[in-house]
Design a protein around this ligand. Structure first.
Ligand code: COA
Length: 561
């Protein structure tokens, strides 16, 4: 049922034209300007937040540096010198128009129970080829031969999901030894395991989302289906191989000595088996060929002329001091908004009502968005307002941006009147959840502070399927906020129970960090506050691309002949 719903949703035609969006964004130039000055009274909070943000930034840079090394120096040497292959980032450079690439979850796979799997063993992200935004799913063979760990499968499935939600042509760069065998039980049997990648490939094809594969390394066992199920496939001579079992297994089973090239090389598959469609003598030739294929997809690349926009009036670097260290260090969300949106201009909706939620319209690099931003506890009035505003954006086909900073639910009510308040609030939050879940417009969520409890669902948490979901490095994710835990837990009272609680609290803190979340792919990546505007602009351009698709919509998969 869920799959059917998703497919119906994906087949919906965009309701408004590109001209209509540009007109709306021109109108946005007349929106009122937000005051974003940081007052002296806020200075101590601003400084505490800044110190915390700098610590988080250092950690982010340290981890980012670590993942860029892939499987480490020896594996890089083996890959480039012995196997004569290009590194995954060099491959992308040859494919993409420019460096404007939205990498997804680069910190995925670090510190897992089965060890570090840098970048989850595959790079995923959205970049442009011939002006068209495409999803890339590229194995990094320096990480254990590009084999698939459970986290790699999760990352590939998420990339396919984003491609489906946003109708992005998808390019697979396949260089993988198949399943990481010691973890096969976590990779093979279940619905969201390895086989789902192939299922998705078929469904994407039926939804007419073009998929192109480049075989630029080993394509063993399950990996062999990726290129074989793609719409068009290119294979690189003497580097690419496709087979279900390699030469050692053939030797063991039949006693025959056969080379990898004879068993499943580019010549065999392009001339005899028909598993691939294009033979490339070298890697650069393969990526040029992939670019040519993309140029035949019949998209009008989105116009470049929309690049004229107003910068915010306030310095985006100040966002570090506005990124709340904890819930008690939260400043007015409009200070953040004034550093994210064009010209710091914002047309607020219901300014005087339910003020712990801020709602309104703004443009980000000329892309009109409806903003729903936490500004305190999601009260009854705030949730009703949120619900109303989400429905307005849905009616007008305007993408939604959620800026989330939620707190944990309060402990049980001490009085009857309080209980009534909480029940009313619960009902209003339930309505908001329904509005958010059922809004068919694209949604983007950025957790700028806390992501706790039920409020986080109403603010379009991960389970509410935002098209993109990012965290600031200071973000804290967990059912309960460790810093708001009852004082007895906070201090520990020396008793056995107290010690247990102290241990629980410290685990809660560790498990609530943005990096812990991102390593497990509970989000699409940690982004720095000062980069947020550019990231959001990219996401909105990607989301709008479907308006430029020209080929007719139909629903049947393409079968390899
Ligand atoms: N499961 C677990 N580990 C694997 C693996 C697999 N399927 N395939 C490769 N590895 C590991 C190797 O043990 C090695 O680990 P190390 O760096 O700790 O020594 C690392 O990946 C690199 O493999 P190596 O063979 O040294 O590199 P290579 O570049 O010469 O070859 C492959 C890479 C993928 C072509 C080759 O390892 C291979 O054919 N693997 C087996 C593929 C297979 O049969 N898969 C079936 C899965 S169902």
């Amino acid at each position: 049922m869920a799959a059917l719903r998703l497919h119906r949703h994906l087949l919906q035609l965009p309701k408004c034209s590109p001209q209509c969006c540009r007109l709306s964004s021109r109108a946005a130039q007349a929106f009122p300007v937000l005051r974003g000055d940081i007052l002296p009274i806020h200075k101590h909070v601003y400084e505490a937040n800044s110190r915390n943000s700098h610590r988080c930034r250092d950690r982010y840079l340290e981890l980012s540096g670590k993942v860029k090394l892939g499987g480490g120096e020896n594996a890089i040497l083996r890959h480039t010198q012995r196997n004569k292959k290009l590194l995954v980032r060099e491959r992308l450079k040859l494919l993409l128009d420019d460096e404007n690439f939205l990498e997804l979850s680069p910190l995925g796979g670090l510190g897992l129970p089965y060890g570090d799997v840098p970048s989850a063993g595959c790079l995923t992200g959205v970049g442009r080829v011939c002006g068209i935004w495409c999803m890339f799913i590229a194995n990094d063979a320096t990480v254990k031969g590009g084999t698939a760990f459970p986290i790699s499968v999760k990352k590939q499935l998420r990339a396919q999901e984003i491609a489906m939600q946003n109708r992005l042509p998808t390019v697979y760069l396949v260089d993988s030894g198949g399943a990481f065998l010691p973890l096969q039980a976590q990779l093979f049997p279940d619905k969201e395991h390895g086989g789902r990648t192939f299922y998705n490939e078929a469904i994407m094809s039926a939804l007419r989302i073009p998929q192109v594969a480049v075989v630029c390394g080993s394509c063993t066992a399950g990996g062999a289906y990726i290129p074989t199920m793609a719409e068009e496939t290119i294979m690189v001579d003497r580097i690419g191989t496709i087979f279900l079992a390699g030469p050692p297994l053939v030797k063991a089973a039949t006693g025959e000595d056969v080379s990898a090239e004879e068993l499943g090389g580019a010549k065999l598959h392009s001339r005899v088996s028909g598993c691939v469609d294009h033979f490339a003598a070298t890697e650069p030739e393969a990526y040029s060929c992939a670019r040519l294929i993309i140029s035949t997809l019949n998209f009008d690349p989105p116009p470049d002329g929309a690049n004229v926009f107003e910068d915010p009036l306030y310095d985006t670097r100040e966002l570090a001091g506005l990124a709340p260290r904890d819930y008690s260090c939260t400043l007015d969300i409009k200070l953040i908004l004034s550093r994210l949106v064009d010209g710091s201009k914002f047309l607020e909706f219901k300014t005087e009502y339910g003020t712990t939620l801020v709602t309104g319209f703004a443009s980000i690099e000329r892309n009109l968005v409806g903003i729903v931003a936490s500004n305190g506890v999601l009260t009854h009035d705030a949730a009703l307002k949120g619900s109303h505003f989400v429905q307005i954006c849905n009616q007008r086909n305007i993408p939604l941006l959620f800026l989330q900073n939620t707190t944990s639910q309060e402990p049980l009510p001490p009085s009857l009147s309080k209980a009534e308040d909480l029940t009313n609030r619960l009902k209003a939050q339930a309505s908001m959840m329904t509005s958010v879940a059922c809004a068919s417009v694209p949604k983007i969520t950025v957790v700028v502070g806390g992501c706790h409890g039920g409020e986080s669902f109403a603010m379009c948490g991960r389970s509410f399927e935002p098209n993109f979901f990012f965290l600031w490095p200071n973000a804290r994710i967990g059912l309960v906020d460790a810093d708001s835990a009852p004082p007895s837990i906070q201090k520990g009272d020396g008793s056995e129970d107290g010690e247990e609680f102290t241990a629980l609290l410290s685990r809660l803190k560790e498990e609530s960090s943005a990096f812990y979340s991102s390593a497990r792919l509970w989000d699409d990546g940690v982004i720095l506050p000062e980069d947020t505007r550019q990231v959001l602009s990219k996401c909105l351009q990607i989301i709008h691309q479907r308006k430029y698709e020209k080929a007719a919509i139909h629903s049947s998969p393409l079968l390899r002949m």
